[in-house]
Design a binder for this molecule. Structure first.
Ligand SMILES: NC(=O)c1ccc[n+]([C@@H]2O[C@H](COP(=O)([O-])OP(=O)(O)OC[C@H]3O[C@@H](n4cnc5c(N)ncnc54)[C@H](OP(=O)(O)O)[C@@H]3O)[C@@H](O)[C@H]2O)c1
Length: 296
């Protein structure tokens, strides 16, 4: 199986490089090798790769910055996806795309299901929703995995920021009224590989959108508290995570209060379930390994 993977140096792309390599030959150009802002390059890259599967882990992910540069967000999250998805269909390749909890407005009481009506609150969410629609309307075989609160042992993310702040300051103030599932890039990459295996051997076309987050849910405050629990071992002083309402942490992009996604369809269709979010965090700490050693 020939796999064309974008975004190889991102949190998820890095883990996908590992998880997908047992399935076939992974061709993973970095941004210099394939700049998604250049649609002609996308066409030539897909045509010369002749992939069986295109996995798009690249995205414009700067949620707050997107508010002031919507064109840049739409260029990568929507316009590039139109071309990638059409080229994938033309090549007869399966297209795998990642979506976000930020396509929803967070006003639903329970977990969102795939058919719930999106209503993004911010530019990033709107650009990603446009990408979802582009994948579906390209009309080829596709899987959209919609995830939330992604983090990894590398990159820029909540885990690494909290870790640094806890070590530097000992006390952090964290939003407690946004609920979701912190999802490790490693667990999502493993789930992607399993979905791909099962998609390839399924007797019918299982194209569609599937929610794929770690099991369970918490607030950003709950997530930070669990990070503090790991950090506390060996810390020179007690660490504190203070709950605050979103209103006390103003950001350019509004965020949904409820980011919970139901993963039942993924389980029902592919038999795939991601581990509980606490187990994902523990695995990520194991991966951080010696780099998690506290500085003197
Ligand atoms: N992060 C989250 O909390 C979250 C939540 C829900 C869904 N998602 C979705 O999950 C997927 C993976 O996200 P992530 O957190 O792994 O993202 P990430 O760490 O920000 O990585 C994004 C990758 O996209 C690449 N990229 C950006 N612009 C590009 C361009 N013009 N041409 C080529 N490559 C470009 C980046 O390249 P460089 O390495 O050169 O910068 C980077 O490798 C995305 O679809 C994202 O929307 C993320």
């Amino acid at each position: 199986m020939r796999i064309l993977l974008t975004g190889k140096n991102g949190q998820l792309g890095w883990e996908l490089g590992r998880a997908l390599s047992p399935l076939g030959e992974v061709n993973a150009p970095d941004r210099a090798g394939l700049d998604l802002a250049d649609t002609e390059r996308i066409v030539s890259a897909v045509r010369s790769a002749r992939p069986d599967v295109v996995v798009n882990a690249a995205a414009y992910t700067a949620v707050d910055q997107a508010e002031s540069e919507p064109d840049a967000a739409f260029a990568i999250n929507a316009r590039a996806v139109v071309v990638l998805a059409e080229e994938a269909r033309r090549a007869g390749a399966l297209f795998i795309q990642y979506s976000t909890d930020y396509v929803f407005d967070g006003t639903k009481e329970g977990p969102y299901v795939e058919d719930d009506i999106p209503n993004p609150l911010n530019v990033y969410g709107r650009s990603k929703l446009a990408g979802d629609l582009a994948v579906r309307s390209a009309g080829g075989p596709h899987i959209i995995l919609r995830t939330s609160w992604l983090y990894a042992a590398r990159g820029e993310n909540f885990l690494l920021t909290m870790r640094r702040l806890l070590r530097e300051k000992g006390t952090v103030r964290v939003v407690s009224d946004q609920i979701g599932a912190p999802t490790s890039a490693g667990a999502l990459a493993d789930a992607t590989a399993e979905v791909l295996r099962r998609f390839s051997s399924a007797p019918r076309n299982l194209s569609g959108t599937y929610h794929a987050t770690a099991d369970g849910s918490t607030s950003w405050h709950g997530f930070a508290s669990e990070i503090a629990r790991f950090e506390q071992a060996g810390a020179p002083r007690p660490l504190h995570v203070v709950p605050i309402p979103s209103i006390d942490y103003p950001a350019p992009a509004p965020r949904p209060k409820n980011s919970r996604l139901s993963n039942e369809k993924l389980l029902r269709t592919f038999g795939v379930k991601l581990p509980p979010w606490q187990a994902c965090l523990e695995a990520c700490y194991a991966q951080l390994g010696s780099s998690s050693q506290r500085p003197d």
